[in-house]
Design a protein around this ligand. Structure first.
Ligand code: GLV
Ligand code: GLV
Length: 323
């Protein structure tokens, strides 16, 4: 029986799995974020063997130093940029994530954002609610069709490939993409064209959708120079991590009409937004909910618990991060 700390309210199924396995679970069953100082205090005093943490918990050298007994941190997320995995490796601490759980939900949310943006759903909703709707008007709130338009995918992993598939098959979009490795399966399924030059994808696409992990190499991948390469009519969608975009540069590009619009589910300094972002009419903003479906959020809890259970059973956790 191992001592496990769960840092936040998550779907109960994951906690139940750990308890059913006989583990001694301390569950901070609260939705308020755990400030770093409190996290350090709790973990430092608890002598935990394992921790189930969130993407909002920064697991860095300070935390590792305060938790010499903790052998595993199971992240409740597919992304793990909140964890210093190099330091974890040095100390022999195991890190796991929840890949695959959110592929469908994030892809679906990406398409929800795409349509909301191109069909001006939020603007239309606000218009009606504000009592401005005076009757059918042939010139009112035009958007654009997706059929035949070019979608540029940056990052063709599971989620990027699923967005490509749905967009190609569902809406008849042409797919171009860039990644550090080619995804031949996606090319077969969607007729996607791999472009060796990321900048070329930016120049050719009508819509750019970001699906890369946040790494030192992908921080501000979309900056002022790259925004300037995009078509003036292009849209940018981000359901990956906020810091992949230089958010201040994006606000500027949207203000100046360098691109037509953007839809963001993630932000550089969540929950704070870059100045001016929320006043722009050509953006759609959601609060990091791309994976927020009942199916996915429950599955993430199960996957995180399974990783801990496997580890403490002496097995290799199914989603161990290896670097
Ligand atoms: C959510 O952003 C995740 O990484 O699962
Ligand atoms: C990550 O890219 C995933 O699809 O889980």
């Amino acid at each position: 029986m191992e001592k496990i700390f769960v840092t936040h309210k998550i779907p109960e199924i994951g906690v139940k799995m750990l308890k059913d396995k006989g583990h001694d679970v301390e569950w901070r069953n609260k939705s308020e974020l755990l400030p770093k100082t409190e996290l350090l205090k709790i973990l430092g005093a608890g002598n935990y063997d394992g921790v189930l943490c969130l993407l909002t918990d920064r697991i860095d050298i300070e935390v590792f130093t305060a938790t010499p007994t903790t052998k595993i941190f199971a992240n409740y997320a597919v992304g793990f940029d909140n964890i210093d995995i190099v330091e974890a490796k040095k100390r022999g601490v195991v890190i796991t994530n929840t890949p695959g759980a959110s592929t469908e939900s994030v892809a679906e949310h990406t398409l929800a954002l795409l349509l909301t943006l191109t069909r001006r759903v939020v603007e239309g909703d606000t218009f009606v609610r504000n009592g401005k709707y005076q009757g059918w008007d042939p010139m009112l709130l035009w958007g654009v069709d997706l059929l035949g338009k070019t979608l540029g995918i940056l990052g063709a992993g599971r989620i990027g490939a699923e967005v490509a598939k749905k967009s190609a098959r569902g809406f008849g979009m042409k797919i171009i993409y860039h990644d550090i490795v080619r995804n031949e399966k996606m090319e077969k399924e969607t007729d996607a064209n791999f472009l060796l030059s990321l900048n070329e994808v930016l120049k050719q696409a009508d819509v750019i959708s970001l699906h890369v992990p946040l790494l030192p190499e992908t921080k501000h991948l979309i900056n002022a120079e790259r925004l300037a390469l995009m078509k003036e009519t292009a849209y940018l969608i981000n359901t990956s991590r906020g810091s992949v975009i230089d958010e201040v540069a994006l606000v500027n590009a949207l203000k100046k009409g360098i691109i037509r619009g953007a839809a963001l589910d993630v932000f550089e300094n969540e929950p704070v937004l870059a100045e001016g972002l929320k006043n722009l009419p050509n953006v759609v903003l959601t609060p990091h909910i791309a994976s927020a479906t009942a199916e996915t959020r429950n599955d993430m809890a199960k996957k995180a618990a399974e990783n801990l259970i496997a580890f403490f059973d002496g097995r290799n956790p199914p989603n161990k991060i290896s670097i």
